[in-house]
Design a protein around this ligand. Sequence first.
Ligand code: NAD
Length: 355
Amino acid sequence: MNTAQIAINGYGTIGKRIASAVELQPDMQVCGVAKTSPDYEANAARANGYPLYVASERSVEAFGEAGIDVAGTVEALIEACDVVVDATPSGVGKRYKARYDAADTPAIFQGGEAPEVAEQSFNARSNFEDCAGADSLRVVSCNTTGLTRFLSPLKEAYGIEKVRATLVRRGGDPSQSDRGPINDILPDPVSIPSHHGPDVQTVFPDLDIDTMGLKVPSTRMHVHTINVTLSEEPALRAITDQLSGESRLFVVPARLGTNGCGTLHEFAREMGRSRGDLYENCIWGESLALNGRDLYCYQAIHQESDVVPENIDAIRAITESASATESRALTDEALGIGILESVARMDRTETMLAD
Ligand code: NAD
């Protein structure tokens, strides 16, 4: 098995998680990470053993003054790698695009970039095969990843007539002390529908979907309220089984007592998840309800980590080094995806035996 050399440009919330996830895979490794400022994340990158590259010659000096060794500028990193994963802040990725193209280096962008930045928008469960061999891909945002993952199996099994979703979004990530609201509930965007529906359509062009968004004073997760009008009318049990069979959908049983995002996070930490990450959509099992062909539920999305397995699969799609099924299985195994579901199932089996 060839070991693909992966560059991570931007070592922040998303970039650092992708770097850790790459290191856990059998077929790829991090050849370097790039940063602009010699801050705590740059120190952490060095402490984690990654060769550190900087955005410009000017930065080399600043890093030197801060006593942080650098391996070179980002240009050298782009030249040296097989694939670059761009995890720079929203809008910065498009400024790098010409440099990736000039070096003929396949690039993976994040959801903060406009869809036009890449050849195709990507979700591993929804359109891996369509993206195989592309020169550039854009892993859709955390919210769009959560929605496309949830909708894919329903679309395949029953067909979808219409989707309506409200996205209650965290105000900022834990490190973003300058974001809010501090004490408010903001319709965001206030115009309806929100941009999230069109973003889902970059993966499913023909899907009829309307979305609305709010922002709340939390750093934990996003929560979606979803209504899907299916083309058929299956039994609720069949739907629950179908969703539970998806490795990146965790249908959370009521017995776990995870009544919100705090307890979900605590469970992830207890299960030894790095950084308390929840790669899976967390769908509250009790919320799954069916009224005719209308399916309803709540799901929680960990904005800092649900796109991480998708980036790993995007690397294999772009390098055509595995099929969709093989790649998702490799990624899941390496990241321990499925462990939360299996713990929940183990409890259920024991309860049934006790009954
Ligand atoms: P971040 O601000 O946490 O990290 C960005 C990193 O890029 C920092 O390390 C910063 O030093 C570095 N950087 C800044 N300018 C740079 C430059 N010119 N060259 C190289 N490095 C530079 O951002 P993030 O939250 O990790 O977001 C990265 C991307 O992922 C964005 O497109 C964002 O929309 C998307 N995304 C974010 C989240 C989330 O919740 N944080 C979820 C999904 C997708």
